[in-house]
Design a protein around this ligand. Structure first.
Ligand SMILES: Cc1ncc(COP(=O)(O)O)c(C=O)c1O
Length: 417
């Protein structure tokens, strides 16, 4: 994985060039037919002096629409917004080829609103793939995921009319239990399910646990029924590939068909920035051919979307370069490691994947008061939680960590005395 770091000036120049390549609603071109325009100038006046140094804000104000998918062909890039739509297709290429090791030009994708949309998009795509290629009915296709998966999976199952097969995990290592998998898939086959859409977590929201992708792939290969694996890397997509050089979560791995990776989590881009990536040849299963007024047709769940979102992800990846981002993610992992060491010293048990910055602590080991004081997130707010999690994000200061650990140690001593 390698891409070079750019300076703020270089980034500014590239984005302003892309904006200049778009047709400007304020320019001389006779744009009569597009139901879009720049942001309302009463509030967002375009001659605000700071805008000339602020490419992202300038993109927001000029408001390009990135409707559609721009990695497909020249035709899928709208003439009116071709400058910034090319930035988006460059971004999809960068992430799928450099971070997820895909072959050059062999992936498609777009900037979705977030992990939820990207997960639904993938499941929608595979459902249609099985219906179209294997002539299966929706009732014959099941969605398979672990009980630690994000709630966007049941949401997708509900929207797409799919049945969920929810796999149990080991309560200590959070890995899918092989016997449960075998039992549930055998049962599903006997009930008439003929194809499986599998979600592999990189990583889960609550634990930072990572599913064993190759175990799942091998199991379903032996099982014989057609299957596709979607990787939910909404959380881990911009950290794990940088902290674990041996990650098997890549497009190099034939088991991986699609990936969701959020910008607005680890990458610190604005909300509304998640990536959907898939191998070429698949996205046609979600082509809306009725999108006749869009020259390249539409293949996305969202429809109209802001070009500024793609620009924000592109900018952050380029200002750091691969080495800079790796350093930043490793630093977060080092800080997480420090907390874990201290927890072990004071006798608090926890769950943590060594390549991620999430620590889950059993609720029996910490009082609700202390968890609330530090805004730890519980696994449930419907009943007494089982777990609280710490997420070591860039805003977490070493002093806050020290204070938390000291409070926890005091609490722990007093409960044991
Ligand atoms: C693993 C995982 N998948 C999907 C999502 C959904 O992402 P979003 O809130 O961006 O839709 C999240 C959000 O926390 C997540 O952690």
């Amino acid at each position: 994985m390698y891409w070079k770091k750019s300076s703020h000036e270089q980034i500014k120049e590239t984005i302003f060039e892309a904006l200049a390549e778009n047709m400007d609603y304020r320019g001389d071109r006779p744009i009569l037919g597009i139901p879009g325009t720049y942001l309302d100038p009463t509030e967002f006046y375009p001659d605000a002096p700071f805008l000339k140094d602020a490419p992202f804000m300038s993109a927001l104000v000029s408001n390009p629409n990135h409707i559609g998918v721009h990695t497909l062909s020249e035709e899928s890039v709208l003439e009116v917004f071709k400058g910034t739509q090319k930035i988006e297709s460059e971004l999809i290429q960068l992430v799928s080829e450099q971070i997820f090791k895909g072959e050059k030009g062999k992936q498609d994708g777009y900037v979705a609103t977030g992990g939820t949309e990207a997960n639904i998009q993938a499941i929608w795509m595979f459902r249609n793939h099985f219906r179209s290629e294997f002539k299966l009915r929706t009732e014959e296709i099941a969605l398979v995921y672990s009980e630690d998966s994000h709630y966007s999976m049941p949401k997708a199952a509900n929207l797409l009319d799919l049945s969920s097969i929810i796999l149990k995990v080991d309560s200590a290592n959070r890995q899918i239990l092989p016997d449960d998998l075998l039992g549930k898939i055998e049962k599903a086959k006997s009930q008439g399910y003929k194809a499986f859409i599998i979600v592999a977590n990189l990583s889960t929201t609550m634990f930072g646990s990572v599913d064993d992708l190759n175990f799942l792939g091998d199991f379903f290969t032996k099982n014989g029924h057609p299957f596709r694996i979607h990787v939910d890397a909404a959380y881990g997509g911009f950290i794990y590939p940088f902290t674990n050089p041996n990650s098997v979560y890549t497009f190099n791995n034939p088991y991986v068909s699609s990936i969701a990776a959020d910008g607005h989590k680890m990458l610190q881009t604005p909300y509304g920035t998640g990536l959907f990536l898939c191998r070429k040849g698949l996205i046609s299963y979600v082509k809306t051919k009725e999108a006749s007024y869009i020259p390249g047709k539409d293949y996305t769940l969202s429809g109209s979307r802001s070009g500024a979102n793609a620009i924000s992800i592109w900018m952050i990846l380029n200002i750091h370069g691969s080495e800079g981002w790796k350093y930043k993610m490793e630093t977060l992992c080092d800080r997480t490691e420090r907390i874990c060491k201290h927890l072990s010293q004071i006798g608090i048990s926890y769950y943590r994947n060594p390549y991620l910055n999430i620590i889950a602590i059993k609720s029996s080991q910490i009082s609700p008061n202390l968890a609330n004081k530090y805004y730890l997130v519980a696994d449930t707010y419907e009943r007494h939680p089982n777990w609280y999690k710490i997420v070591v994000m860039p805003h977490v200061k070493p002093g806050t960590i020290d204070q938390f650990l000291s409070d926890l140690e005091m609490e722990n001593k007093s409960t044991h005395n």
